[in-house]
Design a protein around this ligand. Structure first.
Ligand code: NDP
Ligand code: HEM
Length: 511
């Protein structure tokens, strides 16, 4: 019996009995000194950490990024050089639902990738859509409030969603994609990922290129209708987890083709749209796709909590050769995610194994919760401040080769009105040129259904925007809205005051 695993307390003492409490007499009450029981109950009370404020429900797996093409003229990033393979983690998610939400709800899907490169972690925290609902970060918290529960009813509110959207026409593009087939993929494997923002690539020669990242599903764009999804949710709330987990267990490793669009730095000034506006795509004919490689997911986590719930993705995690752009939404995110992780996971969340870079990290951060660095973090025990005299004795030193080229910016510091741009042209291209008639009909039905019960003044404001995209779009959604309002199912479930119905798959939508 020498090699048996002894049950122990967290402090290492052998645990004599994990079945019977220590009591005063056979029929008597507990003794407070049963510290093993207290430890057990106390641990249970601390098993949950705050769920992510958005993107709480997620599914993830490990894999590899493989670069098959030479894009060295655009970037010095070591992980983007031809032939390089980089281990990675992916976490997909819905946005609005809480941790227990059903997987097959209509919503934008998060598409977060962490690449463990030899220059540190590069996180690409994108969505399954190439654009977003808002273009100024001031609007993000309010937007999310409209997607979460109403403070009084504790129900989601289509009225709040369409009130906000109809007063924020920059949301039209993303709402259109959300209400299209792409708003309800069959599984995480059946959707594309997009970096969405414009980022930049840079070279040792000091050149900067603007770039969009695209990850194209190799499994196809299979989707469900709302009716199909309702049937599935009636049977399982974990449909995505089942599909992804089982595919990987069965050796059917999903793949995504990795492509980029590239713009020369100075071309941004002459572009006929703002290339740093997150509500816009770069048209393919002007900025063709360039193949880079692929990624594959091939290993399920051994422990969901440790490897997926504890995963901390942040757009601030970039590596030499990759950087940001003037997109103000991106700057807000560069702050927001690391801040969220320090709150959700703890100060030194990057020492949690799933977030830990592949190399030993030396820096001057000190103490704080979760200081489990081990050894001397700065590389020399006397060098606990900087500047110091211990550089040639192992103390951590700066690496100036990691310095990116200067970012050219200009203009007066002011609060520029962000509402003065065309919010219709790219939506028109999508609805009238990219979608076929069947796809348009499903779009109308999904959107009209999501609007069921909202006040008519809000609906009319929204219809006004749709009409500017295309009169047929407005007419189609209006007809579907009338049908939804008149439907027996809606009438039976709605409340005369709140307008809410329990038809969650019709209208959950966030970003
Ligand atoms: P293209 O015709 O070259 O591109 C259209 C792209 O739309 C396709 O390549 C595909 O992108 C995507 N797409 C196809 N079907 C759907 C659908 N049902 N719902 C959402 N997206 C779909 O023209 P443009 O590049 O000029 O873009 C026209 C419009 O297409 C844009 O205004 C935008 O709404 C949409 N779009 C454009 C993308 C881009 O990066 N240029 C990306 C995605 C959508 P993919 O290969 O990424 O699946
Ligand atoms: C998660 C903020 C826009 C994609 C989060 C989280 C926050 C946040 C605080 C939770 C992080 C955590 O607790 O782990 C913001 C802000 C935004 C913004 C302030 C705009 C100003 C976007 C955009 C995208 C996006 C534009 C996609 C292009 C994601 C994804 C996650 C996430 C994928 C989940 C990451 C994971 O799997 O852990 N966001 N977000 N967000 N966000 Fe955003």
């Amino acid at each position: 019996m020498a090699d048996r695993n002894t049950l122990r307390t967290s402090a290492g003492a052998p645990w004599p009995n994990n079945q019977d409490s220590l009591t005063a007499g056979e029929r008597g009450p507990l003794l407070l000194q049963d510290y093993q029981l207290i430890e057990k109950l106390a641990h249970q009370n601390r098993e949950r950490i705050p769920e992510r404020t958005v993107h709480a429900k997620g599914w993830g797996a490990h894999g590899k990024l493989v670069i098959t093409e030479d894009i060295s003229k655009y970037t010095k990033a070591k992980c983007l050089q031809k032939g390089v393979e980089t281990p990675m983690l992916a976490r997909f998610s819905t946005v609005a639902g809480e941790q227990g939400a059903a997987d097959h709800e209509r919503d934008v899907r998060g598409f977060a990738l962490k690449f463990y490169t030899e220059d540190g972690n590069w996180d690409m925290v994108g969505n399954n859509t190439p654009v977003f609902f808002v273009r100024d970060p001031y609007k993000f918290p309010d937007f999310i409030h409209t997607q979460k529960r109403h403070p009084k009813t504790n129900m989601r509110s289509p009225t709040a969603m369409f009130d906000f959207w109809s007063l924020s026409p920059e949301a039209l593009h993303q709402v259109t994609i959300l209400m299209s087939d792409r708003g309800l993929p069959q599984s995480p494997m059946h959707m594309n990922g997009y970096g969405s923002h414009t980022y930049s690539l840079w070279t040792d020669a000091g050149e900067r290129y603007w770039v969009k990242f695209h990850y194209k599903t190799q499994q196809g764009h299979d989707f469900f209708t709302n009716d199909e999804a309702e049937q599935i949710i009636g049977k399982t709330r974990e449909g995505y987890q089942e599909r992804l987990f089982n595919a990987i267990e069965d050796g059917q490793y999903p793949r995504w083709k990795f492509q980029i669009q590239v713009m020369a730095e100075t071309d941004a000034e002459t572009c006929d749209f703002n290339p740093f506006d997150l509500t816009k795509v770069w048209p393919h004919d002007q900025f063709p796709m360039i193949d880079v490689g692929y990624f594959e997911l091939n290993r399920n986590p051994d422990n969901y909590f440790a490897e997926i719930e504890n995963a901390a993705f942040s757009p601030s995690n970039i590596v030499p050769g990759i950087s940001f752009s003037p997109d103000r939404m991106l700057q807000a995110r560069v702050f927001s995610y690391a801040d969220a992780h320090r709150y959700r996971l703890g100060t030194h969340y990057e020492t949690i194994p799933v977030n830990r870079p592949v190399m030993e990290v030396h820096n001057y951060h000190k103490d704080g919760t979760m200081n489990v660095f081990g050894g001397v973090r700065t590389g020399n025990e006397n060098a606990y401040y900087e500047p110091n005299s211990y550089g040639d004795q192992g103390a951590a030193l700066e690496d100036r080769s990691a310095q990116e080229p200067p970012l050219k910016i200009s203009g007066d510091a002011a609060r520029y009105d962000h509402t003065r741009y065309d919010d219709y042209a790219q939506v028109r291209a999508l609805v009238t040129k990219v979608m076929n008639e069947e796809q348009r009909q499903r779009l109308y039905k999904n959107m009209g259904g999501a609007m069921a019960g909202i006040p008519s003044e809000i609906a009319e404001r929204w219809f006004g925007h749709l009409k500017q995209v295309d009169p047929a779009y407005e007419a189609g959604v209006r007809a579907a809205w009338n049908d939804a309002n008149a439907s027996a199912e809606y009438q039976a479930n709605s409340h005369p005051v709140t307008g809410n119905t329990p038809q969650q798959t019709e209208g959950n939508a966030a970003g």
